[in-house]
Design a protein around this ligand. Structure first.
Ligand code: FES
Ligand SMILES: [Fe+2]
Length: 373
């Protein structure tokens, strides 16, 4: 029996466990503290990596039905994604043409969206279709539709452009290098179950790096993750994106069994990171998205931790897994990133990234080369 992607990763991880090795680089590298504090760099990253680059905002299972919608925020922009009665997917800035309030909240099924402030109503194509006391407004309804954003659905993932400058062809091409690698996870069957938002006093890149090395498991997660996971890991590059996987303890026992008996999903975590740093974590049963965005300054970020569940699966179980991971992230990882930022800002020295932190190295190289510095 040929191995699927999860099982191929499992084989590589079992080899690493048996040899007590890991995918590593040959050297460690250094990075100046200014990488995390320089306002000029920060502004360029904000524009080029986020506003000018396709952004992953969720799983398409949340808007799979005709006449459905979901809402998200990305880079401070409120967004409503709709699927109209014909099944066409659209995205709009979730801001009413009257005074800018949101026209939809949460997610669900309906044919029209009504602003909660004064009741202007829009159809799922963004057209303004109802205005209470319309005789008081010197407007043409046809001029007052919602502002559209480019959106595509690829492999069950929703990608938007935050400005009209992000072309549909750019959006469509964005995921292509990862296409065959993520197919088996059926992301289109996943629905968002819940989202936690964090305002973090650390540069966005420090937060992204939390999801890219297992060196910290033994110490930082000594009581939480470390008893369950090993720090052996494998990584791969796919165009602008990466994949990094690490297993639950004990997966080496599967080596004695034929592949036909192996689980279809890796017992562990597979983190796919889309440029510049949005992570889709696939675990044995469900998935999460960790979206890290630049905050109000180089030393602040906004993080969305979104949990998803396959349609028909037990939501309670997924929520439990989501809360377990989310609590560790909130109580252990994010405070560590904030400490790092405070220390880096104070001492302004170089940091070191070890040869055992190859994915962190790799993303540093990518962020440099993307800004051509
Ligand atoms: S702001 Fe939407 S109806 Fe007034
Ligand atoms: Fe961690």
């Amino acid at each position: 029996m040929s191995k699927n992607i999860s099982q191929q990763l499992m084989s590589r991880l079992i080899d690493h466990i048996v040899n007590d090795s890991s995918d590593e680089y040959e050297n460690s590298i250094t990075e100046p503290a200014s990488f995390f504090t320089d306002p000029e760099r920060f502004e360029k990253e904000r524009q080029q990596f986020f506003l000018d680059t396709p952004q992953l905002i969720g799983f398409s299972g949340s808007v799979s039905e005709p006449d459905s919608f979901m809402t998200v925020e990305c880079m401070g922009i409120p967004i409503v994604v709709t699927r109209n009665g014909l099944g066409e997917l659209k995205a709009f800035i979730n801001a009413c043409s009257h005074r800018g309030a949101r026209v939809a909240d949460g997610a669900g099924n309906k044919k029209t969206m009504s602003c909660g402030f004064h009741g202007w109503t829009y159809d799922l194509d963004g057209n303004l279709v109802g205005v209470p006391k319309q005789h008081c407004f010197d407007i043409e309804k046809s001029d007052c539709g919602l502002k559209a954003l480019p959106i595509v659905e690829c492999q069950g993932l929703l990608l938007v452009g935050l400005t009209q400058d992000v072309s549909m062809s750019t959006l469509q091409a964005f995921l292509a290098p990862l296409d065959t690698q993520i197919k088996e996870f059926n992301f289109s069957q996943l629905e968002n179950i819940t989202t936690r938002k964090f305002n973090v006093a650390a540069n966005w890149k420090l937060v992204v790096s939390l999801s890219h090395e297992s060196y910290h498991f033994a110490k930082l997660h000594g009581q939480s993750l470390a008893p369950m996971m090993t720090s052996h890991s494998v990584f791969d590059e796919f165009g602008r994106h990466t994949r990094w996987a690490f297993p639950l303890k004990g997966i080496e026992r599967w080596a004695e069994k034929p592949v036909s008996e192996w689980p279809a999903r890796l017992p562990g975590a597979i983190s796919h990171t889309l440029f510049p740093g949005t992570v889709i974590v696939v675990n044995a049963k469900d998935a999460q998205i960790i979206r890290v965005e630049p905050g109000a300054s180089a030393e602040q970020s906004v993080v969305y931790y979104m949990g998803a569940c396959a349609k028909g699966d037990s939501v309670e179980e997924s929520v439990q897994a989501y809360n377990f991971g989310g609590d560790i992230f909130a109580n252990e990882d994010l405070p560590a990133a904030e400490q790092c930022q405070q220390g880096l800002t104070a001492q302004q020295c170089d940091i070191v990234i070890g040869r055992n932190e190859p994915v962190v190295q790799l993303w540093h190289q990518r962020w440099h080369s993307a800004l051509k510095d």
